[in-house]
Design a protein around this ligand. Structure first.
Ligand code: HEC
Ligand code: HEC
Length: 380
């Protein structure tokens, strides 16, 4: 490593100063007590060891229930450009004056939310997203009769009870007192601390691609060729430098277990999902909103011929790998009708994609080695 590069990376590490809010957010992120049954934390499904996901096609929640979607990676989500969360964008934020939150809970939505004490505590749109796993029975809350908090139905009350539970723990009470001596603590403060921790920790902004862009270290030739292939075929949705245009598209992904139509409303078409960031993507397999593809090679093949990839989808590859985890096979849920619909409506930009074998290999190399943060390269 050149001197210049190593001092640059060192300075970056020092940036992550362990401030009180960082420590608080970190403790909460790993704490099972944030869940109703004291058995599951954010890190259960967003594990640092597993690229901030759970390495499953479909995530597993309370009682090992198989959820309907893949646990997304958390890299870069705290960056200002990320203002829509979940695969269907159902939590979003607009920087208007006053700011606008759109969420499935009306009391924290709109320009003048009724529970403004919560939204005011959120310093980052990601914080609004963080509130939702806690009230989801499948994810963290647990089911009625299992724990006192899960017996409540109103999100505001559930959040209040979780806040009380956490503040009753001496360790947390002291930290909140130091951070907010004059404020009444609510769930927004908890979510804000977790969002702060995610923002500071799960960075992927020192990739070889960035070091080249910033003039610190030139990309190797193969990555440079891969970047050209990426710019020709992928840029319209995965714009650079962020690797996402923060938009939705139907790219003809096979449905697993359920017919999940993604973005509600189906305008102009169904099966649209959020275009995710591809930073650190080599660490976050399996891929897509339902983990339909095990490897980046499979993803590239899909883009090269989406009709064939969809029609000839082979779920046995997933089942071979995950049967023992789930205790059963996952099912490919598409019908001849959904396949015909997806083929006739998927995003026209896909039809422009055509890659030779050599280009595919270069693209794979770019995704793997040029989009992985320097601090994670040893995990490849
Ligand atoms: C049981 C597994 C599970 C737990 C526990 C869990 N998550 Fe998730 N998380 C998921 C799944 C699955 C999704 C995608 C759901 C969807 O899009 O409908 C998700 C989505 C997200 C997203 C949105 C990412 C994006 O790109 O839009 C963030 C951020 C997130 N979770 C953070 C957290 C935090 C913080 C916690 C703890 C408070 C947490 N999660 C707990 C499984 C889990
Ligand atoms: C028309 C828009 C569009 C184009 C063009 C496009 N993508 Fe995507 N990409 C998406 C959307 C939308 C998703 C999420 C789809 C889903 O989960 O159903 C996605 C998901 C992915 C994923 C999975 C990421 C994850 O974390 O699961 C990878 C990898 C990827 N794209 C790579 C590429 C590459 C490489 C190209 C160029 C060959 C490309 N994309 C072109 C829209 C696009």
């Amino acid at each position: 490593m050149s001197m210049e590069l190593s001092s640059y990376l060192k300075a970056f590490k020092q940036d992550k100063l362990k401030t009180p809010i960082y420590k608080l957010g970190k403790s909460l992120f790993f704490d099972n007590r944030l869940s109703g049954n004291n058995n599951i934390s954010c890190s259960t499904c967003h594990s640092t060891a597993l690229g901030t996901g759970d390495s499953l096609p479909l995530s597993q929640g309370q009682k090992n229930k198989i959820l309907t979607r893949n646990s997304p990676s958390l890299f870069e989500l705290g960056e200002g450009g990320f203002q829509m969360f979940f695969w269907d964008g159902r939590v979003s934020f607009s920087r208007t004056e006053p700011p606008l939150f759109k969420t499935p809970v009306k009391e924290i939505s709109g320009y003048y939310p009724q529970a403004s004490h919560i939204t005011r505590a959120l310093k980052n749109p990601l914080g609004a997203q963080v509130l939702f796993p806690m009230i989801n029975p499948d994810e963290m809350l647990g089911y009625k009769g299992e724990n006192p908090i899960a017996n409540f139905e109103e999100p505001l009350i559930i959040w209040e009870k979780i806040t009380e539970k956490i503040l009753a723990i001496d360790f947390y009470q002291k930290q909140f007192e130091v951070l907010y001596p004059d404020e009444e603590i609510n769930i927004g403060h908890l979510a804000n601390a977790i969002a702060h921790y995610i923002t500071e920790t799960f960075r992927a902004d020192k990739t070889p691609f960035d070091l080249d862009r910033l003039g610190i270290k030139k990309l190797d030739e193969k990555s440079q060729r891969g970047l050209n292939v990426f710019q020709q075929n992928c840029l319209s949705c995965h714009s650079l430098p962020t690797t996402t245009a923060h938009s939705f598209a139907n790219i003809g992904i096979p449905s697993i277990e359920t017919i999940d139509k993604g973005l509600p409303g189906g305008i102009p078409v169904d099966f649209q999902f959020k275009t995710p960031s591809l930073r650190n993507v080599a660490l976050t397999a399996p891929y897509m909103h339902n983990g339909a593809f095990l490897t980046l090679e499979e993803v590239i093949e899909h883009y090269n011929d989406p009709v064939k990839s969809l029609k000839e989808y082979d779920i046995s590859r997933l089942n071979k790998k995950y049967r023992s985890v789930y205790g059963r096979d996952l099912k490919w849920a598409d019908t001849p009708e959904t396949i015909a619909y997806k083929v006739s409506t998927f995003d026209a930009r896909l039809t422009l994609i055509k890659m030779t074998e050599e280009e595919k290999a270069d693209l794979l190399y770019f995704l793997k080695y040029a989009l992985t943060d320097e601090s994670y390269l040893d995990r490849l």
